[in-house]
Design a protein around this ligand. Structure first.
Ligand code: TYD
Ligand code: MG
Length: 473
């Protein structure tokens, strides 16, 4: 008797390392982790259908429409502003119809809040929106919607954990934005794996991606990041989606940063700044000023830099604390900046400015929960450290931006004019930086649109320019 042809073909994928095996086993043959194999669909078609598909492919290839590039409309054309400018900035100008975007972040950070707000704004602007919730009841979502002002006409709610039901809802209502909260709670009936397993999560995302591509809906998937920093599954989803947007921030603080880890429709450099209030996430009026901890007179151990995040300059306060360490090796701890970069700056301070921190614990913090990657922050970090050690504050009205080399030289930060004009706007008057690439003798004192740009060739000189008298370090 012929065995029935299986409706689907599946393999077992290890959730740890991604290796696939044809059969289930208790232990992954590759990475040897236990109980990590999860059934995953590889082909949905039956044998008969496969042949049919192959024939279809032949005709499709013959009929493939080739369009002159000049006649193809770009994704830019149909962009839909989300109604939250800081989110649009990160998306690259708004939601793109027919795209699928993954919103990741720690549990409780505000993903559901943000997406409900986006859905509410899209609906209020007259475009349909659909919110599919697999985690909460419609009553819970309604409660949140009342807080964030998303009880609007044109926003539909569906509570389901079934992928086919979710897809049916999207296809029948064809909303401009369909939110799926979350990718970990939906399951495909075709797979035996539990919700949230790699197999299910991938299947959910790829089916929803097909739905998005086939229509004009933008599908926003919510994904939780696990403690280990991987979105349970969604890291493995990055290639399936058009953009990956992370919502970050300290859970107890109110600042939330929106960043793109991948974006087929825009830059991944932009950062959006939001604040969690009792009525949801709100845009920060003056993001640049937001990261300045205080407008008090400068204190020892604090230095301000103008960082450029994406296309936007942001004034950021770097705080350093240098304290004599007890027995054992001294501590070096940082938040918001790479500890290895700080270790390098400690070495440069010792070697080129005569500031030895060997016997000191060192703590460096970037105020406001921002994470600084650009080397132009070097000068501010080194100055904050020197300032704390010497107990001399940075001169009032001074900001710093420049990269330090291992030889103690200062390189001017890129886009110094942008930084200076932002500094001026925020009420600072002096920018300490490295020599302008085309300038000759230093220290040059150039007027930068009203402010003073002080060019230091090396760290010692920069510290003299930045710290209050006596500057004999
Ligand atoms: P939520 O959007 O549920 O997070 P996620 O979906 O990422 O898990 O947000 C949860 C937190 O946000 C919760 O601790 C309460 C807080 N919150 C506010 O502070 N203000 C608000 O208006 C809302 C809706 C939530
Ligand atoms: Mg949620």
């Amino acid at each position: 008797m012929a065995r029935p042809v299986p409706a689907i073909r599946s393999v077992y994928v290890c959730q740890q390392c991604g290796t696939s095996s044809p059969k289930w086993a208790g232990q992954c043959p590759s990475c040897e982790a236990w109980n990590t194999l999860v059934e995953t669909v590889v082909a949905r078609a039956t044998t008969g259908k496969t042949a049919e598909r192959a024939r279809g492919r032949a005709t499709a290839a013959a009929a493939a429409a080739i369009s002159p590039i000049g006649e193809v409309s770009s994704a830019e054309a149909g962009r839909l502003p989300s109604g939250i400018g800081e989110v649009d900035r990160v998306l690259g100008g708004g939601l793109v119809p027919g795209s699928i975007v993954l919103f990741g972040g720690d549990p409780g950070i505000g993903k559901s809040t943000l997406l409900l707000q986006l859905a509410g704004r899209i609906a209020a602007a007259g475009h349909g929106a659909l919110y599919i919730t697999g985690e909460e009841s419609t009553a819970q979502v309604r409660g949140r919607a009342e807080r964030v002002g998303a009880v609007v006409e044109g926003l539909g709610l569906v509570a389901t954990t079934d992928l086919d039901t979710a897809i049916g809802a999207i296809e029948s209502s064809a909303p401009a934005l369909a939110v799926v909260d979350s990718v970990q709670t939906l399951t495909s009936a075709e797979l035996s794996g539990p919700a949230g397993s790699v197999g299910q999560v991938r299947e959910v995302a790829s089916r929803l991606a097909e739905v998005a591509k086939a229509g004009q809906s933008c599908v926003a998937l919510v994904g939780h990041v696990t403690k280990e920093g991987t979105v349970a599954g969604p890291r493995t989803l990055e290639h399936l989606v058009d953009a990956v947007i992370y919502l970050e921030g300290e859970r107890l603080g109110s600042t939330r940063l929106v960043r793109a880890a991948k974006n087929r429709y825009g830059s991944t450099e932009e950062v959006g700044v939001l604040e969690m209030r009792t009525d949801g996430l709100v845009e920060v009026a003056d993001a640049s000023r937001f990261f300045l901890e205080s407008e008090q007179p400068p204190v020892a151990g604090s230095a301000i830099t103008i960082a450029i995040e994406g296309s936007r300059p942001l004034a950021v306060e770097i705080q350093a604390l240098v304290a004599p360490s007890g027995v054992g090796s001294p501590r070096r701890a940082t938040t918001g900046i790479d500890v290895n970069r700080v270790l390098m700056l400690i070495a440069v301070l010792a070697r080129h400015a005569g500031l030895n921190l060997t016997g000191h614990d060192v703590y460096v913090n970037v105020a406001g929960g921002l994470r600084i990657e650009e080397p132009a922050a070097d000068l501010a970090v080194a100055t904050a450290l020197a300032s704390s050690l010497r107990e001399r504050p940075v001169r009032a009205g001074t900001v710093l931006a420049g990269e330090l080399s291992l030889s103690g030289r200062v390189r001017a930060a890129s886009r110094a004019d942008r930084r200076m004009s932002e500094a001026l706007r925020l009420g600072f008057e002096r920018l300490v930086t490295g020599p302008h690439r085309s300038a000759g003798a230093t220290p040059a004192r150039r007027g930068g649109g009203g402010g003073m740009v002080l060019e230091a060739t090396d760290l010692r000189e920069a510290l003299q320019l930045a710290l209050v008298e006596p500057a004999t370090i």
